[in-house]
Design a protein around this ligand. Structure first.
Ligand code: ATP
Length: 278
């Protein structure tokens, strides 16, 4: 089966280069995820996880011939309904740092329409409707974001490391809610994270991204051998680190000894100007 409409999420041989970049950030990525699956994306910094999630969310325009579909619909040109993307950049937006009551803020995005789910999420995320958005901590602002983003029932949820600043108990309750919600409604989740503690019971699939491609395509979880997700992820990231070392060593050798003009970064230039070696 390779028909886009047979899968909830379907990507075929996608290559993507950010505007102005010389190298592609994604290279020949293919993805076929069934409805109701929960996939954890594992990968080192810069592996391409956010880029992939942003493309799935229709936030990045891919080339005309590229095939990126959710529910059989082109994510950019024929946006599917029911896709929720939650990323970290939201908290930087000045609008969500204004002097506005959380209750008014949630109502402004339709909270009153999903009152039962909203109240359940307020309880799980321990959000107070009387908070004011300009006077909350980063973690509290994240909890409001999650409440806002999750209260409308989604078919596909794309999470880009948004649980990082939650305390461990709130994170645990939230993951339990997401799993139950996905099982109850057949909803699909793709979740990029660097925190694997307490996550082994969550996914149906795990995938390993490295250097802009899948080193391990989404594979049914648990893997053979019964290792925890933490141990599996640690093993994968150590392999990546080793490959990066080999590549870097090869690159340095190929370029030969560096000259004054080769000094590439501001920090190196800074250390050259202010020589602290003696
Ligand atoms: N707006 C951009 N313009 C140019 N290059 C970018 C842009 N955003 C990301 N990249 C590059 O694309 C590659 C993949 O980045 P991406 O943010 O997708 O990685 P990631 O796996 O999400 O990393 P992290 O775990 O640090 O969030 C990196 O080499 C990064 O430098």
């Amino acid at each position: 089966m390779s028909d886009a409409s047979s899968y909830e999420i379907f990507v075929d041989s996608l290559t993507f280069t950010h505007r102005g970049a010389t190298e592609p950030s994604l290279n020949d990525i293919s993805l076929r995820l069934p409805k109701g699956s929960r996939t954890i994306l594992v990968g080192a910094n810069g592996a391409g996880k956010s880029t992939l999630l942003q493309i799935l969310a229709g936030k990045r325009l891919v080339g005309d011939g590229e095939r990126v579909f959710i529910q059989g619909r082109d994510v950019f040109r024929d946006s599917p309904r029911g896709v929720t993307f939650l990323g970290t950049e939201w908290a930087m937006n000045p609008v969500v740092r204004g002097d506005i009551l959380v209750s008014a803020f949630l109502d402004s995005v339709g909270g009153y329409r999903y009152k039962a789910r909203r109240d359940q999420l307020l309880e799980i995320l321990d959000v107070d409707l009387d908070w004011r958005m300009h006077a909350v901590s980063d973690g509290e602002r994240r909890r409001v974001q999650l409440c806002m983003g999750l209260m409308q029932p989604w078919d596909v949820l794309l999470l880009d490391e948004v649980t990082v600043d939650l305390d461990v108990q709130v994170r645990d309750d939230l993951l339990r809610f997401l799993k139950q919600d996905s099982e109850g409604r057949g909803a699909t989740i793709v979740y990029a994270t660097h925190i694997f503690d307490g996550l082994s019971g969550f996914p149906t699939h795990v995938a390993h991204m490295a250097f802009g491609t899948f080193a391990t395509a989404p594979t049914a979880w648990p893997l053979d051998g019964g290792k925890s997700l933490y141990d599996v992820a640690l093993g994968w990231l150590r392999e990546d680190r080793e490959k990066r070392r080999v590549l870097e060593a090869a690159g340095r050798k190929a370029r030969g000894p560096r000259t004054e003009q080769d000094v590439p970064t501001d920090s190196e230039a800074f250390y050259k100007r202010y020589d602290y070696s003696h």
